[in-house]
Design a protein around this ligand. Structure first.
Ligand code: BGC
Length: 269
């Protein structure tokens, strides 16, 4: 089975760090030209470093700053990418944040910030991507599908998470967004799926792995007994973006070392 994303243009949001970086590098190594999106001036150097890694390895990519929670910026990003590269084939809706708080202390700003990036951002990017997929139509020299969207969700689309109500609510909603889009655009040959990562070693969850004690406690939640790496997610993203997964749409794929088997039930219940 050959897995190639040659001739395809991929936008990966939030690609200047963490899981997004892993996905951007994996898509580029499979042959896609990758738009390494980052949200702010502050993350420019990190995004440039990702593109350098991609080009040093023989791949193609550019950086693009855009806050995915802002409609005008998302519309402009898609216009600019289409103007420069002709179209977009793959969207990886990865940008995501946490603003954790006990529920009774959660501010409206914390709620809105998380919903704004994690959910509204995925809506805006998916809408612009689908418009572009439909404008271009199917081009068999690129892919048998008209376009592919991969939402980065979380195990918290099904595992409730005390102290993180805004985050868990955003991820639960992504499931229905993803499935609705898969249903609405299936006949147009647009594939829409979610990747649901468990604990992946990135800056978003440093406090879960940066001390031995924290790591030991984390591992009690993971039957496979290791923390995940961005590359684990990158491998799955390449498969889901490629024609090798052409019959997969409307699926949430959990990649979590078994976290969703609820290991705490292994000796009780
Ligand atoms: C969160 C991480 C967390 C993991 C498992 C992810 O979606 O962003 O902070 O470690 O879920 O709980």
């Amino acid at each position: 089975m050959e897995i190639s994303l040659r001739n395809q243009i991929a936008i990966v949001t939030g690609a200047s760090s963490g899981i997004g970086t892993g996905i951007a590098k994996s898509l580029a190594s499979a042959g896609a030209t990758v738009i390494v999106n980052h949200s702010s001036e502050r993350s420019t150097d990190d995004a440039k470093a990702v593109v350098k890694e991609i080009t040093d390895a023989g791949g193609k990519g550019i950086t693009y700053q855009c806050d995915v929670s802002k409609e005008d910026q998302v519309v402009k990003m898609f216009q600019d990418v289409v103007a420069e590269f002709g179209t977009v084939d793959i969207l990886v809706n990865n940008a995501g944040i946490q603003k954790d708080a006990k529920f009774t202390e959660m501010t409206l700003d914390q709620w809105n910030a998380v919903i704004g990036v994690n959910l509204t951002g995925q809506f805006l990017c998916a809408r612009e991507a689908i418009k572009e997929f439909l404008r271009r139509g199917i081009d068999p020299s690129r892919s048998v599908a008209c376009g592919k969207i991969i939402h980065i969700s979380s195990v918290h689309e099904v595992i409730p998470w005390a102290g993180h109500a805004n985050y868990a609510a955003s991820k639960g909603a992504i499931r229905m967004l993803m499935q609705t889009l898969a249903q609405e655009y299936g006949a147009d040959k647009i594939r829409v799926n979610s990747i649901c990562p468990g604990a992946i070693q990135t800056p978003i969850n440093t406090n879960a792995w940066s001390t031995q004690e924290a790591m030991n406690s984390l591992l009690t939640l993971i039957p496979y007994n290791r923390i995940g790496q961005p590359q684990d997610i990158g491998n799955l993203a390449v498969f889901l973006a490629s024609d090798a997964s052409d019959y997969i749409t409307g699926a949430s794929i959990f990649i979590d070392g078994g976290m969703t088997t609820f290991e705490s039930f292994s000796t009780g219940g």
